[in-house]
Design a protein around this ligand. Structure first.
Ligand code: BLA
Length: 518
């Protein structure tokens, strides 16, 4: 219940989306008790439209009277199979209706001991005609041929788009804080590009992510749908019906609004999971309503898990190559700092290799203080600001180095230049701290791209108010204000490599100074 609650990011997490008491109307839902007759105890209101029998007449009947003895026997048999636990089973069946028989997809699972059967009528309109085998083969072959994570993601997006025919297919990746980024995209030319865009964690709240770990494919067939209530609302035990594993589960109205704001008419999402953890999603958008038959959805589920493990391998390769690259940059810099010469000579050398100086820390700016001269590269605060900051940093430094990605929280003056230095890494080049390097990163808000309509901060829902999707971005912006992307362990490793080089240099200086004084 959201009524009168203050608007904050945790609201989204409180919505009990697993017990909406409603379904999407492209199918019908039957709930059967765990008794011998498998008595129908709940059903969706729209059974009259799909099965020709009103809900009132269906409730209390044995399930076999609705789906037939044979289908029920098959269902019971698949349920006792081992590892049947947390998953759905699937069956194509013909059901005798009052006015003739019809084909259905039946997807069933167990929820609180109750048997939940979901029936979808295959639509013959734009269902893609594909050969499963060819499809799977094309997917495997083309993914296997790619070498990088980005390459594999791009191919996956393109293949899923070809196969399912959505207007836009994205590979969406979570970071450590569950914020998301679009890392690959295949789309119709008329669609606005989302590639590279970042989204706050609250856009896919925690309880939704938990459901996508259990249920790997989520479809919303028509954003403009009228939800269909399940009757009676509660199961015989008095509890709400848990629809965590349901494929027809009605969607959070907040999420629907979010999608409509984006101009999306239908979606399908395939979970990307590694080691039991959701690390990303393949997100498909269609401008108009779109139904994909369960058969194809199932195949996507399988391809998603194949793609996940392929991508994991490529990530390891990318990390390894990234480390090699950083090492070579660090060596180049070590040569420069190993024989710096005069400040002017050092300046010339670093200017010629500015790219190495900045990319070794993935920084947007750097400052080098050397023999009384301050040399600036890329985007930095002003010289006077840097000199003051460096004094403070040399006091904080332990073992000649210091780093933070929230500089202004420990050094308030930095709030004057978050666009230049929300994060900083400091490395002393001499034992008296007089010579040193600073690397800078701007605040993350400046470096990420955001799309969407920031209007409509609050929506009226009945008596109360609810947070709307775009409000979450503002809240997220507050969270990341004055914060840069974190310094990663590979950068901190390189820092200590550079440090040992710099310190050797310092020892050498001391030895020379000693020799001179003798
Ligand atoms: C679900 N939010 C989702 C899903 C996606 C996103 C992919 C999965 C369901 C689906 O396939 O549509 C988010 N989709 C995105 C993003 C992009 C995209 C970021 O295409 C970018 C390109 N959402 C909000 C806010 C709340 C919220 C503020 O923005 C909460 C108040 C909730 N999102 C929300 C909920 C779900 C959801 C509750 C679960 C929907 C469900 O499965 O019922």
């Amino acid at each position: 219940d959201f009524t009168d609650e203050p608007i904050d990011l945790t609201n989204c997490e409180k919505e009990p989306i697993h017990i909406p008491g409603m379904i999407q109307p492209h199918g019908a839902l039957l709930v059967a008790a765990n008794d011998d007759a498998r008595t129908v105890v709940q059903c969706s209101r729209n059974v009259d439209l799909l099965l020709g029998t009103p809900a009132e007449s269906l409730l209390g009947q044995p399930l076999s009277a609705v789906i037939g003895e044979r289908a029920l026997a098959f269902v019971e048999e698949s349920l006792v199979r081992p590892a049947a636990g947390d998953k759905q089973h699937f069956l194509e069946m013909t059901i005798d209706l009052p006015d003739g028989s019809a084909e259905f997809f039946a997807i069933f699972h167990v929820s609180d001991e109750l048997l939940v059967v979901e029936l979808e009528r295959p639509t013959n309109d734009d269902a893609p005609v594909v050969d499963d085998f060819e499809w799977v083969q094309a997917f495997f072959t083309r993914i296997k041929r790619t070498h990088s994570r980005a390459g594999a993601s791009q191919v996956a997006a393109e293949l899923v788009k070809d196969i399912l025919g959505y207007d836009r297919v994205m590979v969406y990746e979570f970071d450590a804080d569950w914020n998301g980024k679009v890392i690959a995209e295949a789309k119709n030319s008329t669609m606005e590009p989302f590639l590279g865009h970042h989204y706050p964690a609250s856009d896919i709240p925690k309880q939704a992510r938990a459901l996508y770990v259990r249920n790997w494919v989520r479809t919303i067939v028509d954003m403009d749908y009228e939800p269909v209530p399940v009757v009676p609302t509660l199961q015989p035990s008095g509890k709400p019906l848990n629809l965590s594993l349901s494929v027809l589960r009605s969607v959070s109205p907040i999420h629907i609004e979010y999608m409509k704001n984006m101009g999306v008419g239908a979606t399908m999402t395939i979970s990307l999971i590694h080691g039991g953890e959701l690390w990303g999603m393949i997100a498909c958008h269609h401008e108009s309503p779109k139904y994909v038959p369960h058969r194809q959805r199932n195949l996507c589920n399988f391809l998603g898990s194949f793609f996940s493990s392929e991508l994991h391998q490529r990530q390891k390769l990318d990390d390894y190559q990234g480390e090699l690259h950083l090492k070579s940059l660090a060596q180049r810099l070590a040569r420069v700092f190993g024989a710096p010469g005069t400040p002017d000579q050092l300046k010339d050398k670093l200017t010629a290799d500015e790219d190495a100086l900045l990319s070794v820390m993935n920084a947007s700016g750097a400052a080098v203080q050397y023999k009384g001269r301050l040399l600036l590269f890329g985007s930095t605060p002003g010289a006077a600001q840097i000199v003051k900051l460096a004094v403070w940093l040399s006091q904080q430094a332990e073992d000649y180095a210091y780093h933070t990605n929230r500089l202004s929280s420990v050094y308030p003056q930095a709030a004057e230049y978050p666009d230049k230095a929300a994060g900083v890494i400091f490395l002393s080049l001499s034992s008296d701290y007089r010579d040193h390097i600073l690397w800078f990163r701007p605040e993350v808000v400046q470096t990420v791209t955001w799309a969407g309509d920031p209007a409509k901060a609050v929506v009226r829902v009945g008596e109360g108010y609810r947070i709307s999707p775009r409000k979450s971005f503002e809240a997220w912006q507050e969270v990341v204000t004055n914060t840069s992307l974190p310094w990663e362990s590979k950068e901190l490793h390189t820092l200590s490599d550079l440090k040992s080089i710099a310190l050797k240099q310092t020892e050498e200086d001391l030895r020379l100074a000693e020799e001179k004084s003798i």
